[in-house]
Design a protein around this ligand. Structure first.
Ligand SMILES: [Mn+2]
Length: 338
C-alpha cells in the first residue's frame, strides 16, 4: 500500500506549483474541516438530545471513529479499523447484552457519532499538527453533549494524544490513565516523528494531562522506554511480573482527586494467540479474560476510553480480532455508562 494521503495536494506543494495560490488551498481546507466537524457536531447533538429525552442516564458511551494509520512506524492498516469494529459490535453471531447485563441497543448505554473523515482531510494537504487539533475538536464536540462520553475507535495509537488532551482540557484538569499495551509508547520522538504512535504518551505526560499513568502488559521496552518512564513517573507493570501484580491490577481504584479515569487499550496488549490482527505481534501477553477482569473490577469514574491498533489487514479470515476489539469496546462502553 502506498503512503496514505501523500498524493494530490501534497505533491503539488512539493512541486511548489506557482500557479496555485496558497490562499486557494487554505480556504478549501477550512471548508472541508468545517464540513467534517459539522457532521460530528450535529450527530452528537442529536444523540445527546435523544439520550436526554429518554431520561435517567448519568453517562452514555458514544463511539467516535478516528480512522488514522499514517503515524504508525510499521503498517498502516489501523486506518481501516473503525467500520470493521463497528460491524463486529453488532454481529448477529452474538446478542447485544454485555457480560454484566447492560443492553447495548439502549441508546442510554451506547450511541455513535460516526467517523472523523481523516483521509479526506489529509487528502486536502492538512498537516499533522492541524489534524491533531481537529481530532481534539471532534472529541470535545461529543463531550459538549452531556451525558455523552467518548469511546474512541482507532486508528493507530497516535490518536490517544489529541484525545486525552481534549478530555483533560474539557474537564479542566488531569485524569488517571490505565494504558494496556505491549509497548510503553513513550519515545520522545520515534524516528523523528513527535506524533508517532510510539510517542503518544510522552506528549500526554509533557502536557500534564495525566496525574497517574499505569502501563500494563508491557513486554517490549528498551532503555529509552524505561528512562522516559522514570522521567515522567510512569507506573510500568511488565508482563514478566504479571502473576505477582495480578491481584493489584485486577482491583484498581483510580481517578480520585482528579477529573476521572481514561482507559486506553492497544489490542496488542493481548497475546497474539488471542488477537493476531495487530501490526506488532508480541508473544507473552495478557489473556482476554485478564483484560476484562481489570476493566470490570476497576473502581473509578471512567470519563473516556480508546481501543486502538486493530489492523484488519493482518486479521485472520473471518475477522477474529475484529470480534476481540469489538468485545473490548462493548464491555468498556457498558462499564462507562450509568
Ligand atoms: Mn502496542
Amino acid at each position: 500500500m502506498s503512503i496514505l494521503g501523500r498524493r494530490g495536494i501534497h505533491y503539488l506543494q512539493k512541486l511548489n506549483a506557482p500557479n496555485v495560490p496558497a490562499d486557494l488551498i487554505h480556504k478549501g481546507q477550512d471548508r472541508v474541516i468545517d464540513a467534517s466537524l459539522t457532521l460530528i457536531r450535529e450527530r452528537a447533538k442529536l444523540k445527546g438530545e435523544l439520550v436526554r429525552a429518554c431520561g435517567g442516564a448519568v453517562a452514555t458511551s458514544s463511539l467516535l471513529g478516528i480512522p488514522l494509520g499514517h503515524n504508525s512506524s510499521f503498517l498502516q492498516g489501523p486506518a481501516f479499523a473503525p467500520p470493521m469494529i463497528r460491524e463486529a459490535i453488532w454481529c448477529g453471531s452474538t446478542n447485544s447484552t454485555t457480560e454484566e447485563g447492560k443492553e447495548l441497543r439502549d441508546p442510554r448505554v451506547l450511541t455513535d457519532v460516526g467517523d472523523l473523515p481523516v483521509q479526506e482531510i489529509r487528502d486536502c494537504g492538512v498537516d499533522d499538527s492541524r489534524l491533531m487539533n481537529i481530532v481534539s475538536e471532534s472529541v470535545k464536540l461529543v463531550m459538549e453533549q452531556a451525558p455523552l462520553r467518548p469511546v474512541v475507535l482507532g486508528g493507530d495509537h497516535s490518536i490517544s494524544y489529541p484525545v486525552v488532551r481534549a478530555v483533560s482540557e474539557k474537564l479542566g484538569g488531569p485524569v488517571d490513565i490505565l494504558h494496556l499495551d505491549a509497548h510503553p509508547d513513550i519515545y520522545d520522538a520515534f524516528e523523528g516523528n513527535k506524533y508517532s504512535h510510539a510517542s503518544s504518551f510522552a506528549r500526554i505526560m509533557e502536557g500534564g494531562y495525566a496525574r497517574r499513568l499505569l502501563q500494563v502488559g508491557i513486554r517490549s521496552i528498551n532503555w529509552e522506554g524505561r528512562e522516559q518512564g522514570k522521567k515522567f513517573g510512569v507506573e510500568q507493570y511488565e508482563m514478566r511480573n504479571f502473576s505477582k501484580d495480578r491481584h493489584f491490577l485486577e482491583n484498581l481504584k483510580l481517578g480520585e482527586g482528579v477529573k476521572g479515569v481514561y482507559i486506553s487499550i492497544d489490542v496488542d496488549c493481548l497475546d497474539p494467540a488471542f488477537a493476531p490482527g495487530v501490526s506488532h505481534l508480541e508473544p507473552g501477553g495478557l489473556s482476554f479474560r485478564d483484560v476484562l477482569n481489570m476493566v470490570h473490577n476497576l473502581q473509578g469514574d471512567i470519563v473516556a476510553a480508546d481501543v486502538v491498533e486493530y489492523n484488519p489487514q493482518r486479521d485472520t479470515f473471518g475477522g477474529m480480532t475484529a470480534m476481540v476489539a469489538a468485545k473490548l469496546v462493548r464491555e468498556l462502553a457498558a462499564k462507562i455508562s450509568k
